[in-house]
Design a protein around this ligand. Structure first.
Ligand code: AMP
Length: 221
């Protein structure tokens, strides 16, 4: 089963993808995570995308589509040529060209898309969600200044690490750019999938566990 989680920045795509990974053994493919890893490792791709990401703009369709293609190939190899456990696309596709590229990448590997889950959110609440969020630097567990502090201040609930990090692009200025790009380039791909009967909406403002349940019931349909 291959699904796309679609929604504006801060809608909870990453959070929900991690929960589906834990509960269903699916694989999360986040182009944002891949690009951040490339940037941190100082690879040629990382150097190429660093400034674009800092501004909250989109990197080229060719770069992200290539990253996804490589990951799909390695997943297939790990699964011994089988289709594997199923993929959650998180933050990809973000443009019409990427949506077309994904169709091709899947078809070339004998796979298809099963669901596109749109996380609907109150845009006014997103800035607060995004500027307050941070993660454990060691295990990646997500926290929030207002909504989810560790039980013991400064110590990760999951792994006990005392180091945390914030994304450099989670600032009020870049959020405005990222939202505008979502509205102008990403949301318009929904009709493309809707015409194929793939889109289901989930209220992304509900409590985290309820959102997961709603997504699971779509996958179990
Ligand atoms: P994210 O973690 O999904 O919010 O992505 C962080 C940043 O990485 C975005 O603001 C873009 O600069 C870049 N990025 C991630 N995914 C894509 C994509 N599918 N297409 C273009 N740029 C992307």
């Amino acid at each position: 089963m291959n699904i796309i989680l679609l929604g504006p920045p801060g809608a909870g795509k990453g959070t929900q993808a991690s929960r589906l990974v834990a509960e269903r053994g699916m694989v999360q493919l986040s182009t944002g995570d891949m690009l951040r890893a490339a940037k941190d490792a100082g690879t040629p791709v990382g150097l190429q995308v660093r400034d674009i990401m800092a501004r909250g703009e989109l990197v080229s369709d060719a770069i992200v589509s290539a990253l996804i293609g490589e990951r799909l190939d390695s997943l297939k190899e790990e699964a011994g040529g089988d289709t594997g456990p199923g993929v959650i696309f998180d933050g990809f596709p973000r443009t019409a060209a990427q949506a077309e590229a994904l169709d091709l990448l899947l078809a070339e590997r004998g796979q298809q898309l099963d669901h596109v889950v749109e996380l609907t959110v109150d845009e006014a609440a997103l800035t607060e969600r995004i500027v307050g969020r941070y993660t454990c630097a060691k295990c990646g567990e997500g926290y929030h200044d207002r909504f989810k502090q560790p039980a013991e201040a400064g110590v990760c609930d999951v792994c006990g690490s005392t180091e945390f990090k914030r994304r450099p692009d989670d600032t009020a200025e870049t959020i405005a750019t990222r939202m505008a790009i979502y509205r102008g380039e990403t949301a318009p791909i929904l009709p493309f999938y809707d015409a194929r009967g793939l889109v289901a909406q989930v209220d992304g403002m509900a409590e985290i566990g309820q959102v997961t349940q709603a997504i699971e019931s779509i996958l179990d349909r």
